[in-house]
Design a protein around this ligand. Structure first.
Ligand code: IMP
Ligand code: MG
Length: 183
């Protein structure tokens, strides 16, 4: 698995430090509020698991599963809901926890879908921001871990064809891994 990685972008230690910082800020900002962290499966699940343990105010978590149509490493912008939230979010403070925002089309769809349910507030916490490829502006990104360049990254929840999610750091895949897959 590690031999498929060209270079490490964010180390395990850097991730841990950032998660602690984000958790501290979220605890401070949402103190005394009824907050639900909404996680998008499956990429965001590793991040969420660490993030909630860095938060020391009462929160709940809920999950949504969505999928984009199209190729493995490209977003088509058309999204299908595979699993909806279990809980009602009306009047609650919703913080969407994402692994990465690339074009932003997936998140844009999700936010539209959640907004009509009448949350008290709706914000986003993303571990990674690949802003070079952004097509949607004005996303309510309240918390951000790291900026990443326009490269396909894997690890710490992020996959390439469902693999590499269990890498403890975030890295760039070697080009030959794609080339093998597309030839
Ligand atoms: P967007 O709609 O283009 O912002 O795509 C967001 C989704 O695409 C993310 O939640 C990921 O599942 C996936 N994605 C985008 N870039 C990467 C990447 O570099 N590695 C792994 N998955 C990615
Ligand atoms: Mg995702």
């Amino acid at each position: 698995m590690h031999e498929d990685i060209e270079k490490t972008l964010v180390s395990e230690v850097e991730i841990a430090e950032k998660v602690a910082e984000l958790g501290f800020n979220i605890s401070r900002d949402y103190e005394g509020k009824d907050v639900v962290l909404v996680n998008v499966l499956k990429g965001g699940v590793i991040f969420l698991a660490d993030l909630v343990r860095a938060i020391d105010i009462p929160i709940t978590i809920d999950f949504m599963a969505i999928t984009s149509y199209g190729a493995a490493s490209q977003t088509s912008g058309v999204v299908r809901v595979l699993k909806d939230l279990d809980e009602d979010i009306e009047g609650r403070h919703v913080l969407v926890v994402e692994d990465i925002i690339d074009t932003g089309l997936t998140l844009g769809y999700l936010l539209k879908n959640l907004r009509v349910r009448g949350p008290a507030s709706l914000s986003v916490c993303t571990l990674l921001d690949k802003s070079a490829r952004r097509l949607l502006e004005d996303l309510p990104i309240k918390y951000k871990g790291f900026d990443v360049p326009d490269q396909f990254v894997v690890g710490y929840g992020l996959d390439y064809r469902q693999k590499y999610r269990n890498l403890p750091y975030i890295g760039v895949l070697k080009p030959e891994i794609y080339q093998k897959a597309t030839s």
